[in-house]
Design a protein around this ligand. Structure first.
Ligand SMILES: C[S@@+](CC[C@H](N)C(=O)[O-])C[C@H]1O[C@@H](n2cnc3c(N)ncnc32)[C@H](O)[C@@H]1O
Length: 220
């Protein structure tokens, strides 16, 4: 069983998220929040840690992470959309976390970080935006920037058999409207473990009837 390919370009992705940046929180609602909250809890973030969020969007999870790492900690973020970064940066400023959050605009396929520098990486509804051959590349980048025993937390639509009909409908929409429906369900656990991570915890959730997996793993 294969996962669908992603046909929209980086420029199209950037333009799409730039366009919806001011509406994103309204569109995503609270349902996505419930999923990343599970992931954050399973990541067991400690005060003083250095974290990286890939595809931080409007920064909702990022603020939560910044609170958890406290004053001595640091949260870095990378997102391809400058408009999403602006929205997130405003929230960071209002929350008073400017000193502990560093946000960059860029393509996460090449992470602009040194090897072995972060304690945990988190991706919420972002890994499934990358095309099939890019998924192992992005995960190996995560592996590279993590310290030994560092953790990865991934929240993603999952190609789980339980919701076959919903997955088919979603994949159909992804095929015909690739710019609008830009992500698709993937084999989350398999991808994370194939990248050399050791399993820690997995949770099965659902979003609008679609299976979602939360996978937490470590770099050994
Ligand atoms: C579906 S949104 C999820 C946002 C956020 N993680 C959340 O859960 O609310 C995906 C995010 O990934 C970003 N993104 C898409 N392609 C990217 C890439 N190649 N590199 C970095 N960020 C990317 C988008 O700009 C967008 O902010």
């Amino acid at each position: 069983m294969e996962i669908s390919r992603v046909t929209r370009t980086r420029e199209e992705a950037k333009a799409f998220y730039n366009q919806i940046s001011r509406w994103y929180d309204l569109l995503a609602g609270t349902s996505e929040k419930k999923c990343w909250e599970v992931c954050v809890q399973k990541l067991r973030v400690q005060e003083g840690e250095q974290l990286l969020e890939i595809g931080f969007g409007t920064g909702s999870c990022l603020l939560n992470l910044a609170e958890l790492v406290g004053h001595p900690g640091k949260v870095y973020g990378i997102d391809i959309s400058e408009a999403m970064r602006e929205v997130a940066q405003e929230k960071v400023k209002i929350a008073g976390f400017k000193d502990r959050v560093g946000l960059r605009c860029g393509d996460a396929i090449h992470l602009p970080f040194d090897d072995n520098v972060v304690d945990a990486v988190i991706m919420n509804f972002t890994l499934e935006l990358f095309d099939t051959p890019e998924i192992p590349i992005l995960l190996s980048e995560c592996h590279r920037v993590l310290r030994n025993n560092g953790r990865i937390g991934v929240v993603s639509l999952s190609k789980n058999q339980d919701a076959k009909v919903m997955i088919r409908i979603y994949e159909w929409a992804h095929r015909w409207f690739p710019r609008l429906v830009d992500c698709r369900p993937i084999f989350v656990e398999e991808a994370v473990f194939a990248a050399g991570f050791q399993p820690v915890d997995v949770a099965d959730l659902s979003l609008w009837g679609l299976p979602v997996k939360v996978v937490v793993a470590t770099k050994k």
